[in-house]
Design a protein around this ligand. Structure first.
Ligand code: SF4
Length: 360
């Protein structure tokens, strides 16, 4: 599995910060830098906790709680973190498959957070999603041809053009033209994911949210699907937000990687930088759990104490302090600022320099 040279690299080189702090929300980054395809600012998604006969709201699950980043055309930004950290909700909220509670999402400079349904539908052509479970996301009664054609029907593409595009897409993702007549249950898991990819590409999107696209697949199939996604990115100039819990997978496909914990980003950097010099104790713990066959490069395993706290009652100060091996008094009192520690490398930790020093 080789990492693809991404189109986004050149753009990011012109914008070394790559990610303005939340305080610069709306500024769009350093002056003279390219406009991001997607700007996410202070994004929040809270789910009410209801109790009693009258469904009184007693609190909120803060699934996403102030996430900000930029995504540049042609790049892949990986989002990682343990299950329940908010990465999937972030992806879905950006596409407004779930409505945000707060914050702003700009797509090609346009605020889409409060866009009316009709205008949003037009924009959806350009913003697609590939789900983790292709079986669950494909209608079992529709043939493969109908599944790929459905978004084209919805957007009024004429029949002849539809048929041509379905055949072309099936072939491009590695399926045969006669597969168009088969039902989802007649395909293997890998083939079903190929079908989902064909469907997501039907409307020639620019942005694709890949939500754990290989987690449900055998390891032997995973690299085939990842290679396909990277080939398609080069061919069609796609931009990916790639959500996964497997850090090895994310490393192979991503230009930059963001690490989430309890609804917030805690670190973001170029993929090589993040894996070589993780600055947040949480990132260091995640990386230490990756099996490394080379004893020279093996990291000392960091076992985190306790469980992830409830997103309904996140800890005070730094949300990670209840599990952090480096936590000090200040961490319990004061929320760490989101700050650059090296060019293009952002972290939310009071003691990132010390953490980095200890890890090297
Ligand atoms: Fe750990 Fe403190 Fe850094 Fe939070 S701010 S990650 S508790 S050292």
């Amino acid at each position: 599995m080789t990492r693809a040279p991404a189109l986004g690299a050149a753009r990011r080189a012109a914008h070394p910060g790559g990610f303005p702090p939340p305080a610069a929300a709306g500024a769009g980054g350093a002056s003279g830098s390219p406009t991001p395809l997607l700007e996410v600012r202070d994004l929040k998604k809270y789910y009410p906790i209801r109790r009693g006969v009258f469904g009184r709201v007693e609190g909120f699950i803060r699934a996403v709680d102030g996430v900000s980043f930029d995504l540049y055309e042609g790049e892949t930004l990986g989002l990682v973190g343990e299950s329940g950290c908010g990465k999937t909700t972030t992806g879905r909220t950006i596409l407004r498959l779930v409505e945000p509670t707060g914050g702003r999402v700009r797509y090609r400079g346009q605020d889409i957070t409060r866009l009316p349904a009709r205008a949003l539908r037009r924009l959806r052509r350009e913003m697609q999603i590939i789900f983790q479970d292709p079986f669950g996301s494909l209608d079992p009664r529709m043939t493969a041809g109908q599944i790929v054609a459905e978004p084209l029907v919805v957007h009024g593409v004429p029949r002849r053009e539809r048929e041509r595009r379905v055949a072309e897409l099936l072939e491009r993702v590695g399926l045969a033209p006669q597969d168009a007549r088969r039902l989802p249950h007649e395909f293997s898991g890998g083939q079903r994911q190929r079908l989902s990819i064909a469907r997501a590409l039907a409307l020639r999107p620019r942005l694709v949210v890949c939500d754990e696209p290989v987690s449900a697949l055998d390891v032997s199939i995973q690299s085939q699907i990842l290679n396909l996604l990277m080939e398609l990115q080069r061919e069609y100039g796609l931009t990916y937000l790639f959500i996964a819990h497997d850090l090895n997978v994310v490393r192979h496909v991503s230009d930059r990687v963001g690490v989430m914990y309890l609804g917030r980003l805690v670190e973001l950097a170029d993929a090589d930088e993040l894996y070589a010099r993780p600055a947040h104790p949480y990132t260091q713990a995640l990386l230490s759990a990756i099996p490394e066959p080379d004893p020279e490069r093996r990291r000392e395993r960091i076992v985190l104490r306790g469980d992830v706290p409830s997103p309904a009652r996140p800890p005070s100060g730094c949300r990670f302090h209840t599990r952090c091996p480096l936590a000090q008094d200040r961490c319990r009192r004061e929320e760490p600022a989101w700050r650059p520690i090296r060019p293009g490398h952002w972290v939310a930790c009071h003691f990132a320099e010390e953490a980095m020093g200890q890890a090297s």
